[in-house]
Design a binder for this molecule. Sequence first.
Ligand code: PAF
Length: 274
Amino acid sequence: MPTIARTAAELRAATVGSVALVPTMGALHDGHVSLMEQARPLAKTLVVSIFVNPTQFAPGEDLDAYPRTFEADLARCEAAGADVVFAPSVAEMYPAGLDGAITLDPGPLGAVLEGAERPTRFRGVLTVVAKLFGLVRPNVAVFGEKDYQQLALIRLMSRELRLGVEVVGCPTVREASGLAMSSRNQYLSDSERERAAAISAALRSGADAGAGGADAVLTAAAKILADAGIDPDYLVLTSPDLGPVQPTGEARLLIAARVGKPRLLDNISVTLGA
Ligand code: PAF
């Protein structure tokens, strides 16, 4: 059973040698287990943090309704070989209060795509991840590629602020239908779940059209979404670091779309040109 640390002092007592961190908000599913499995061999101590971070929820988003499944999460952490589960209180993470004096500005990359939809989200994410890096002092931290913009911003933060943490991105884990695993999937009805599979199908179709260039990629992906009756919030092709796409070479195709209540995100790597 992993050691449960609730405070910085308990955390310090429980970590030995090099440290790998998998930050989560709990409600762990197979996607998180895959992150833990990929993090496990990277360091002596594997720390999984479970903290539902209030500052990344906008006022309209229901923080209280966010699923909290601590006992089941613990069992998943144990099965994946975690040594320490860090589950701090809000007061431990935000000693100066939630409107705390210091927050992190995510800069221009935090204002587009998800940041345009939820303007305070990445400030909250970067602030809490920086706090986790300060508390856990990991050598390496592992995040899913599913939240691609989050991963890009955390990578940039670690580099720009010289935090010395290697940020590793892990491939998205998918259901048999191709649907990217997410704690939001639990809000899909059976028919919505079936329809939502069109998001990953659109990404694959777009990636398959890569040789024909950017327009061919976007047209192919848009057709699959339209056929499934999905009107995306965005369907964009960018460079791998979310800048403007180049005519040839590596690119990233990203989709955000509401299917029923939940807003689903997914993305895929695309090679443009022959
Ligand atoms: O991806 C998440 O679960 C959260 O945004 C993270 C990185 C744990 C920060 O709260």
